[in-house]
Ligand binder design. Sequence first.
Ligand code: BGC
Length: 378
Amino acid sequence: MSSKTTLRTALTVGTLLPVALGLAACGSDDSGSDSGSTTGSSSGGGGGKTIALLLPESKTARYEAQDKPGFEKALKALCADCKVIYSNADQDASKQQSQAESAITNGADVLVLDPVDAESAGAMVTRAKQSKIPVISYDRLISKAPVDYYISFDNLKVGKLQGENLVKALGTPAGKSIVMINGAPTDSNAAMFKKGAHSVLDASGVKIAKEYDTPDWSPDKAQTEMEQAITAIGKGGIDGVYAANDGTAGGAIAAMKGGGIDPTKVPVTGQDAELAGVQRILAGEQYMTVYKAPKPETEAAAKLAYALATGKPAPAGLINGKTNNGSVDVPSVLLDPVAVTKDNIKDTVVADGTYTAAQLCTGKYAKACAAAGLTGTR
Ligand code: BGC
């Protein structure tokens, strides 16, 4: 632990310089990056800091629906005159590189970076370091680079929960066939989900009839993969589908419907508890998802970013582990994921306030909601 102190001190001292640049840049909000935006009041001499939040893609709902608003809200609560430079890279690693560059030019004091490509993101860390700007690796681990902190979930456990629930849904897995739709090969998390899931599935006796890595986590590519699997295996030969997140589950389920497979009879996994995913679970079309509560993740990111921006150490009690990224042991905040099926929607995503019953129980979901004990507006 103490070996990190020197690095941290060196970095935090350096954060004083870019504040001045931030003030200079306040007038022009959007500096040309397509999906970049700036929110919050300018520092106005009140000591407000500038934090860049760089998220990887927009085909998965969580980033725009949960991460961005959650982070902005949490930061505002800590510091009313802090500013967020927000960018979404739309699955494009080089676009993310320019967004990081632009955030640095516009006075970011800290980068909160969720990388499109774990390996190439090291270049952004190097660039940030040149300007003495600390980097928090958000949700996905940036590999082989001197990252300051890492905030995520236990991603191996995410994969295990998916595998365990699929095995449970299959009843007697031995002799049954499944299709595996993994995440993007450029995402370090995807490898962890895959490893965790394999550790359970391989031991269960289930046959993995087809397996795909899905470029960019794209739901449409997942749909194509599932179509190919149905053609290769035959619609009667698929007993279950491992989909790494709700976006890819949505693609797989669309392919199943198009290919004559009833998704209410063939269990499909997911992750993220996105609104559409939870509604599919209510409707019986998706078996499970993994809930990674957005609030603790965005709040931890805001607290750490603010501490780093103001030259303070990580708030007490926040760091609960270390994660080696191939170059350093990164002090980490690792949160606990939870499996969600029809039975515990009420006690997880609704109890937490991530969704109200009213949000979930629209139109055709009303009846299923009543069965799941979800009534009223809260
Ligand atoms: C995140 C998942 C997300 C996926 C696709 C992963 O790194 O942990 O929550 O569904 O990326 O964006």
